[in-house]
Design a protein around this ligand. Structure first.
Ligand code: PLP
Length: 376
């Protein structure tokens, strides 16, 4: 693949929705009232092209609209696509903070590398995010726990049915309003023992659409068993717990006065979550022990039964932190803890959401305040 020296920001052409066509304040407030997740999109998008001849070029901020794609676009046929998910929050001081965009930029580069795609430079990724948040700042919801969910996507657009890494791509960023996720009721989870999300040497550590497509049938299976989410085991022995749905998983072992958090160690079958990484750091700062070590389904069951495992929770950008209650598998069901969100789960969720809102100290500089004036 041709190398291009482009690493700094690009010249971004901006075309805002004309004043007379903007969504009115009343209409916007109506649409933001119960946004759910991933349905209410904002008024602008960023679109940047890459070709093997020109590298990154044609960077635009423009009105949100359908794309024109050649029906032979390689990404549609062979799944050469990677994406990200990150959030912008309204801060208590009236500003806007994007949570760890640099980490998301790093991850999409690693995902792109795995799928033989051009790596979006961090400066371009962050510039695109800033420009969109700036243009659509009125769509960042104020209610605590709600957010503007940003979805960067890199997609192969070259019209070619030959099976090879494409020579043309588009990098997009769109945004949608996300309601707070209620965690009043712990998740019921289904341990999947007949399908795998990720295999050693596969694409499990890359955020690519194919991983999601492959999970949908199993998600339906979980629903059929009365569960909300799937727990994925290692593909080879189906013993070790790896992830939950599209979230990472943590276990909290006792005793209550000295909890010990355990999360599976990263490998090429586990998506390296930014939330997972943030919680490991926050938990240590709160004085908890944290270990990255494998947990088998057998240990999960036995430690739930003898009371040494007190809590389990899942985490990810969309949900933040979600407690796990009932666990079902082909071999039977059990409950972790007392079936309610435990104190460590609640404390970590609070610590992270306080950070998101800018009301907790941010010693690591995780909240990035987009420059609300972008030079073009
Ligand atoms: C995105 C994702 C996560 C969570 O990552 P965050 O950066 O915390 O949002 C976990 N597992 C899978 C499979 C994912 O796709």
């Amino acid at each position: 693949m041709a190398e291009h020296a482009q690493t700094g920001p690009l010249r971004l052409t901006t075309q805002y929705v004309p004043e007379e066509s903007r969504v009115s304040t009343t209409a916007r407030e109506f649409r933001m009232r119960e946004p759910g997740f991933g349905r209410v999109f904002t008024e602008h998008m960023v679109l940047i092209r890459w070709s093997s001849d020109n590298g990154w070029h044609d960077a635009e901020l423009r009105p949100y609209a359908p794309l024109t794609l050649d029906p032979a676009a390689a990404g549609l046929h062979y799944g050469q696509a990677v994406f990200e998910g990150l959030k912008a929050y309204a801060l208590a001081d009236g500003g806007i903070g994007v949570f760890r965009p640099g980490e998301h930029a790093r991850r999409i580069r690693r995902s792109a590398r795995r799928l033989a795609m051009p790596e979006v430079p961090a400066a371009i990724f962050c510039q695109a995010v800033d420009a969109l948040v700036h243009a659509d700042r009125d769509w960042v919801p104020a209610e605590p726990g709600s957010s503007l969910y940003l979805r960067p996507l890199l997609l192969a657009t070259e019209a070619s049915l030959g099976v090879h890494s494409a020579a043309e791509y588009v990098f997009l960023v769109i945004a949608s309003v996300a309601a707070p996720v209620s965690v009043a009721t712990p998740l019921k989870v289904w341990i999947c023992e007949d399908y795998s999300r990720a295999v050693p040497g596969g694409t499990g550590a890359a955020k690519c659409p194919g991983n999601y497509a492959a999970s949908l049938l199993v998600q339906e299976q979980a629903r059929g068993h009365g569960c909300d989410q799937v727990v994925w085991l290692d593909a080879l022995r189906r013993e070790r717990v790896e992830e939950m749905g599209a979230m990472n998983i943590f276990f909290v072992f006792g005793p209550p006065d000295a909890p010990r958090l355990v999360t599976p160690p990263l490998s090429d079958t586990i998506l390296p979550g930014v939330t997972r990484d943030s919680l490991i750091t926050l938990a240590r700062e709160l004085g908890y022990q944290v270990a990255e070590e494998p947990v088998t389904k057998a240990r999960w069951r036995a430690a739930s039964a003898d009371g040494s495992l007190r809590e389990a929770f899942a985490c990810g950008t969309a949900v933040v932190v979600a407690p796990i209650g009932e666990v079902s598998s082909a071999a039977g069901s059990w409950t972790t803890g007392d079936g309610r969100a435990g104190p460590v789960t609640r404390r970590l969720r609070q610590a992270l959401t306080d950070l998101h809102r800018g009301i907790a100290p941010d010693p690591h500089g995780w909240l990035h305040r987009p420059r609300l004036e972008i030079s073009v």
